[in-house]
Design a protein around this ligand. Sequence first.
Ligand code: R5P
Length: 310
Amino acid sequence: MILLTGSANPVLAGEVAQRLGTPLAACVLDRFPDGELHVELRESVRGKRVFLIQSTNAPVEQHLFELLLLADACRRAGARERIAVIPYFGYARQDRRAVGRDPIGARVVADVLASAGLGGLVLLDLHSPAAEGFFAMPAEHLSAVPLLAGRIRADAGERAVIVAPDLGAVKLANRYSGLLGCPVATVYKTRLSGREVKVQQIVGDVRDRTPFIVDDMISTGGTVAAAVRALTAAGCRPDVTVVATHGVFTDQAADTLRELPIGRIVITDSVARRQDLALPVEVVTIAPLLAEVVARLDRDESLGDLVSHR
Ligand code: R5P
């Protein structure tokens, strides 16, 4: 096999490579003077199965385009198969027309990936699992929920409550609840804009309980902040844990979250780790999971026990 990565998360790609005992293939990623991205493979991929490890977090277009150019370079250089491992899939939240005259961005990205010659995908905790259907090629949809639940298990005691910060997270909360044996509460929120959300009510018992807010991602932190405020007003214990697969953290997220009674934010390294957040972040690595999946795909073995979302 050949392992390649762009610039999105070289540390994670390096850890996957190390576990597989296969060094990352050499390639050049640079720009022409006019700003166009350029890539060049520095070793032969002819006849090989290539795994391209690249999240499409910010700068989203750069990381996406690097992936597309790498995939095309591999196809033209004779790679037998090209599989993209995209731990964080940008544009996943644009999975429907929200106002009627907007595009379905996730579908556009799915089509562009296919046109670059990718023959398979490995994805992790997509915002909406049904978006897997946007891809005509095989898309293996993994989940970090068992890993994250394992990390918080010891602290999810008798007074713990799993909190879905919005209706979209209810299924996810039920999965954590099933793994941890804790009750679930749901925050009903309305999104006013990309940056603003408003809580309407909480359903479930949160008074004097320790909340574990679970979500697929933290972006601006607005959803989590609104949930923490509502939970605090409803009398929860002032020690909130937030658990999410993707720690996207836009520029203002740290400021939004820092003032709140959040003792712990548990995320994965699907998006490159950041040292500048000044938040109580704990990272659970997905490198062993990705390495296992890549190894099995390379041996044409079943992923059945890894792609179940029940
Ligand atoms: C929304 O439906 C998602 O599951 C997340 O709750 C949301 O995208 C997080 O974004 P933010 O941190 O900007 O509220």
